[in-house]
Design a protein around this ligand. Structure first.
Ligand code: 3EB
Length: 333
């Protein structure tokens, strides 16, 4: 073993990371897991959940056509394991960490969210990759319940309690989407890194963590995007919808919601300093509330962005009832 002088160890903290390679792939899960450098393989819908590998995760959302796998790859040597409820993998630069929390064991969705985030916080404190860049949240029946009892609002309250100030006002990028299979199991997974990223907010939108009280007792703790700690710019774009200021726009107009969402994402790209437009070097994951809207959304995105942008389209519920779609993505790297 080589003992490095301490100044080298100190400066290691500021050395940028190689970009994470993210792709949507028609590969088979087993083959994807067997490839060198695979940090995580995320399957959607009906893919068989036959893998005990902690890097494998199935999200309970369906597409109208066969949905590709999402594969994360690093250039380092990946190790993986389980730590209580947490499944993890890491190459020392990046980490994938995931958990599933049974709501009934925690008194409901708020308790489950609190438990999930407290678990992630505990994990990060002991990890060489303590900085969360991006977090995904999937919960059943997200719009059930009225007013402050709506399950999304309860989720936000529990998440805030579990985070317990760990992020200050520098939240990771995030997605929170509703599944519809009646399984009251909260699924949370995250990308963390050895070096912190830089949270990006959108001047067209009120910062989500400053949403006014009318949207629930606890504001959602996420940033609009996260600039990864990479030398070549890489941006993790949070779930983005037709919200301007803090209000939803175009409640009954799918095409206008798509265009407003793209305007929000374009603004994020320019704020982040990206010199490449969205239609290059991007992967987009699109959540659509109504199955019959999926082809319309696909066509509109092809018209606006060209056919070259990899799209992963899923049917899922957005956290506000009037929102018909949400788009997240990875840009650059
Ligand atoms: C919005 O802009 C739409 O609660 O983690 C998008 C991304 C949304 C993440 C979250 C919610 C979340 O408020 C909803």
């Amino acid at each position: 073993m080589t003992v490095r002088p301490s100044h080298a160890l100190e400066s290691a903290a500021s050395v940028p990371l190689a970009p994470l390679r993210v792709e949507y792939s028609g590969a088979r899960t087993t083959d994807a897991l067997a490839q060198a450098g695979t940090l995580a393989v995320i399957g959607f819908g009906d893919v068989p959940q036959a893998h005990a590998d902690p890097r494998w995760l199935r999200v309970r959302l369906h597409g109208s056509a066969p949905v590709p796998l999402e594969i994360w790859r690093t250039s380092g040597h990946v190790t993986h394991g389980r730590d209580g409820e947490l499944a993890w993998s890491s190459d020392g630069e990046y980490a994938f960490v995931a958990l599933e929390v049974d709501e009934a064991a925690h008194g409901g969705i708020a308790g489950a969210a609190r438990h999930a985030y407290a678990s992630l916080a505990r994990w990060s404190h002991a990890s060489p990759t303590p900085h969360f860049l991006r977090i995904w949240n999937y919960l059943d029946a997200i719009n059930d319940g009225e007013g402050d009892t709506e399950r999304y609002r309860q989720f936000c309250a529990g998440r805030a309690a579990g985070m317990n100030g760990m992020f200050g006002s520098a939240y990771p990028a995030a997605t929170a989407i509703g599944v519809r299979d009646g399984q009251r199991v909260l699924q949370v997974y995250a990308l963390a890194a050895r070096v912190a990223g830089c949270a990006i907010e959108n001047p067209r939108q009120v910062n989500a963590w400053r949403y006014p009280r009318q949207y629930g007792p606890a504001a959602p703790g996420f940033a609009r995007a996260m600039r990864a700690p990479t030398a070549s710019p890489q941006l993790y774009i949070s779930g983005t919808a037709a919200i301007v200021g803090h209000a939803s726009h175009h409640p009954d107009d799918l095409l206008a919601q798509i265009d407003e969402t793209l305007a929000n994402i374009d603004t994020l790209l320019s704020v982040s300093g990206s010199t490449a437009p969205l239609y290059t070097a991007s992967l987009l994951k699109v959540y659509v509330r109504h199955a019959q809207d999926v082809p319309i959304v696909r066509d509109r995105l092809h018209t606006r962005l060209g056919e070259g942008v990899p799209l992963l389209l899923l049917e899922g519920d957005i956290c506000r009832r009037e929102l018909l779609l949400e788009i997240e993505g990875v840009h650059g790297g």
